[in-house]
Structure formats: structure tokens, C-alpha cells
Design a protein around this ligand. Structure first.
Ligand code: GDP
Ligand code: MN
Length: 383
């Protein structure tokens, strides 16, 4: 799960990281009030789950409260990489002498938290990583020992010559590590980590990604979830316990198991089609999940055909069949009447015979061949 800049900064601040003061506004009037309270030049910043807001015009300086109102009015409602800005952070502007990048990620290769730091921080860090990777310094941390003080200083001196500045940065790195570990984050970064002309070190931007599988033990962070950042389909999928990723194609896929879901999407592509989604109903045998899956897929107007690909192991084919029948009955009672989209079903494995019998009762036929089912779904989507 992504959290917003202001939320990441709240977490950093709990561990003592210096953050410019500020608050979040949902209207231009609120933004003006916050600017009045701060009483200095402020920055108005779009709060959306995407990087590069500065380049997209989502970060603007405002010298007066009236200007903060104007800038907030421009930014609120703005579209940044497909996301609509619903709230802005109004925060005290900082004089910038230098911008560094500091980040920590959970690294699969080393199986450790890995720090990445660079003196060439700011809005062009992606180019730095691509064109001059030698300017990025890395350090893998032993999770049992944590970031040791000498390691933090070593990283900090790769960024700064002045010991006064480096010592502040070493503290920030230690705090960033604690923020990262205590939040079950997969990523925590500060870009830019700013040095002011008078030698203070401040986190001017913050980004955190939290491991979804750890959210059950992070209730405070779960509360930070922004409902505006999820589509209706994503919310329904999460509540139903489905793994769902929306894609651009027109074949709605309902599959059990992430591996089979990937293989199904590959096969759809292989035969010249385009999947409308990744959807894994999981290993459970709950017909309600199938109903939710059908709701999600049929609410996408781009979908031209629905493809079920079920390989029954723990998932029972009769449960999936019952789910399909009950979803069709619910849809038929709805405002649009009976489902008009073609459904292709591939069913094999546990309780397959019973599953077929249930489907036959409503005149649906299940194939036991994945390649046939995929090709049939594609041809029906095109007719
Ligand atoms: P991002 O573009 O989404 O990463 O948003 P940032 O919060 O990192 O802001 C982008 C850039 O705007 C920063 O790299 C700074 O150069 C500039 N910026 C942000 N806040 C301030 C500020 O308080 N003062 C000044 N002078 N520049 C700022
Ligand atoms: Mn940034």
C-alpha cells in the first residue's frame, strides 16, 4: 500500500527527522488558512501516489496566503499521471542549498534492507540512476544488527564533506531505517533531503510503500489508506479478498491462483487477445468470491468476454460453478437484466463432474482445455 507524502513525513517525524511544518487541505480556502498560520512563504504540494509531481506542476511556491489559495486552486483537481488531486500539503518553504537522495528498500537479491543514497538528489534522480549509477551508493543492512552508527556515518560522508551536515544526515538515516522497519515498509525514501544555506538538514519530500501482507499488524497505517486512491473495483476486490489488477484489454479473466492467472494472461496474449485484468480468486472455495469477481469484471465497460480458468485443487470446481450460477442470477435481477457477455469456462480438477453438472443446469458448458477456452474467449470477444 502506498501512503501520501504528508503521512510518510508524519512517520519520519515520530522518529525525530526534521520536517518543515505544514498541514493538508482539501480546498483552496483551507490551504489559505494553513498558509496564514504558517505566516511565511509556503509550498503547495499535490498529494497523489505518484512521483514526479514537481515536473508535472503539482508543487508550487506561494509567498502570500492569497497566492497559496490560487496555487491550491490550480493544483486541486489537476490530473497527474492519471490520478486526480484531491488534497494538497501546505508546508513551510525551505531555502535549498543542496538536495540529496536517501532511500531504503527491501531487496530480494540480498534479502536485506538496502540503503541507496546519492548526493545528486532532487527531481532528476531517475536520470542519475540510469546515466551515472556510480553516483548512487548502496549498503545492505543486517536486519538483526540494524543500521550501525558507523555505517550511517559512512553513508552520510559519501553525501557531504562538512561533518556538521554529515552528522545530521547520519541521524536522519538511522531514523529512516527505524521508520522503515517499524512500519513494515518495502520502501522509504526522502528526496530531496535538503541542506539549507545555514547548514540544517531537512526532509522536504517523503515516500513510503507498506507491505500489504503486514498491514494486519499495522492498524495505524491501515487507517492512512486513501479511499480516493482506489477505484471502486479495487475496493470491492480488496474487501472480497481477491487479488485484482486492472488492465487495458477486453477479456475479463477469473482464475484461481496467481501463477495460473499469469499463465492465463500470457496465453490470452499469445493467441492475439488482451486481458482486461489479473484476477486471482485464491485457493479458497467460497462462491461469494466468484460473485464479487463477476461484479468487478462486468462493471468494466471494455470487457467483451469473460474467461474462467479454474484448476481445482483446494479450490473446488462445484463451488466455483455455484458461484457462477449465483452471480448470473444476481446480475439477471439487476437493472441491466441478464448478462449479455459471453462466458467461457475451463474447469478441471477437484469435483469437476459436479461442477459441470451444476453449469449444465443453466446451459453452460465447461471445457477442460485451457488453450481451447482462451481461443474461444478471444473469438467471442471479437464477434
Ligand atoms: P516530487 O517532484 O513529486 O518528487 O516532489 P518534491 O516534494 O520532491 O518536490 C520537487 C522539487 O520541488 C524539489 O526537488 C525541490 O527542488 C522543489 N521544492 C519542494 N519543496 C521546496 C521548498 O520548500 N523550497 C524550495 N525552494 N523548493 C522546493
Ligand atoms: Mn521528491
Amino acid at each position: 500500500m502506498n501512503i501520501h507524502e504528508f503521512q510518510a513525513k508524519d512517520i519520519f517525524a515520530r522518529f525525530g527527522t526534521p520536517i518543515p511544518p505544514g498541514s493538508v487541505a482539501r480546498t483552496a480556502t483551507e490551504a489559505k488558512e494553513i498558509a496564514e498560520e504558517i505566516g511565511k512563504t509556503v509550498v503547495v504540494k499535490a498529494q497523489v501516489h505518484v512521483g514526479g509531481r514537481g515536473k508535472a506542476g503539482g508543487v508550487k511556491l506561494a509567498e502570500t496566503p492569497d497566492e497559496a489559495f490560487e496555487k491550491a486552486e490550480q493544483i486541486l483537481g489537476m490530473d497527474i499521471k492519471g490520478l486526480t488531486v484531491k488534497q494538497v500539503l501546505v508546508t513551510e518553504a525551505v531555502d535549498i542549498a543542496h538536495e540529496a537522495y536517501v532511500g531504503v528498500i527491501m531487496d530480494r537479491q540480498t534479502k536485506r534492507p538496502v540503503f541507496m543514497v546519492s548526493a545528486a538528489g532532487g527531481i532528476d534522480i531517475e536520470e542519475v540512476a540510469r546515466d551515472t549509477p556510480e553516483k548512487i551508493h548502496k549498503l545492505a543492512v543486517d536486519p538483526f544488527l540494524g543500521l550501525l552508527p558507523y555505517q550511517a556515518r559512512d553513508l552520510a560522508f559519501k553525501l557531504y564533506d562538512d561533518p556538521k551536515v554529515a552528522n545530521q544526515a547520519a541521524r536522519v538515516l538511522t531514523q529512516l531505517y527505524l521508520s522503515f522497519m517499524s512500519s513494515d515498509a518495502s520502501l522509504a525514501e526522502i528526496n530531496p533531503l535538503v541542506t539549507t544555506p545555514d547548514g540544517r538538514v531537512l526532509a522536504v519530500d517523503g515516500k513510503m510503500n507498506i507491505d500489504d501482507s503486514a498491514l494486519y499488524k499495522q492498524p495505524d497505517i491501515e487507517e492512512m489508506r486513501d479511499p480516493d486512491s482506489e477505484t471502486a473495483a479495487e475496493i470491492e476486490a480488496r474487501k472480497a479478498g481477491l487479488s485484482f489488477v486492472k488492465l487495458d484489454g477486453d477479456i475479463g479473466c477469473v482464475v484461481n491462483g496467481a501463477g495460473l492467472a499469469m499463465a492465463t494472461m500470457d496465453l490470452v496474449k499469445y493467441y492475439g487477445g488482451a486481458p482486461a485484468n489479473f484476477l486471482d480468486i485464491g485457493g479458497s472455495s467460497n462462491p461469494d468470491k466468484v460473485v464479487s469477481a463477476m461484479n468487478i469484471i462486468t462493471s468494466d465497460p471494455k470487457v467483451k468476454a469473460i474467461l474462467f480458468n479454474i484448476f481445482g485443487g483446494i479450490t473446488r470446481c462445484d463451488d466455483v460453478a455455484n458461484g457462477i450460477v449465483s452471480a448470473l442470477a444476481t446480475i439477471a435481477k439487476g437493472p441491466g437484466g441478464p448478462l449479455k457477455l459471453p462466458i467461457v469456462i475451463r474447469l478441471t480438477g477437484t469435483n469437476e463432474e459436479e461442477g459441470r453438472r451444476i453449469l449444465n443446469e443453466v446451459e453452460l458448458v465447461a471445457s477442460d482445455n485451457m488453450a481451447d477456452a482462451v481461443q474461444q474467449a478471444i473469438s467471442l470477444s471479437q464477434s
